[in-house]
Design a protein around this ligand. Structure first.
Ligand code: SF4
Length: 139
């Protein structure tokens, strides 16, 4: 069977981003013409709407810009994403860099745009379960 990939839905042009828009990437869209990509948005899978307040990882928690603890929704979204990866026998995920869910190696520290080393909640869970995670920048 051909290799399958999970992919952040916003990179494929789905309007699931916090501001109601997307992060469409021509590089990812071109890749999607050749390979089997399964679009996921962990934050939507966790039950959050779009648009929604921005959020950042704060240690093991995820806090939105209104000060609300959104950890449970982010964890739920990560678990649902892992479930899809396992059910679809996916071993590689292409995830949006810097997101508190999808970021891989780099995430926003705050709402001022400062970047720190770290993984988003979903990227971290996928990696822990043996799934290779790359960002759209590394594709
Ligand atoms: Fe894109 Fe991931 Fe954020 Fe969803 S959670 S909007 S897929 S970066």
């Amino acid at each position: 069977m051909d290799k399958k990939y999970l992919c952040s839905a916003c990179l494929l042009g789905v309007d699931c981003k916090y501001d109601g828009g997307n992060n469409a990437s021509q590089k990812v869209l071109d890749f999607a013409k050749k390979e089997a990509l399964i679009a996921i948005c962990p934050e939507r899978l966790g039950g959050l709407p779009s648009p929604r307040p921005r959020a950042c990882r704060k240690g093991d928690k995820v806090i939105d810009e209104l000060g609300n603890d959104k950890t449970a929704a982010f964890v739920k979204g990560a678990q649902e994403t892992l479930k899809i990866a396992n059910e679809m026998d996916v071993h590689v995920a292409i995830l949006k860099q810097k997101s508190p869910s999808c970021g891989c190696g780099k995430i926003y520290e705050d709402f001022g745009g400062k970047i720190i080393e770290g993984d988003g909640v979903t990227a971290e869970l996928l990696k822990k379960n043996g799934i290779k995670v790359i960002s759209e920048e590394e594709l």
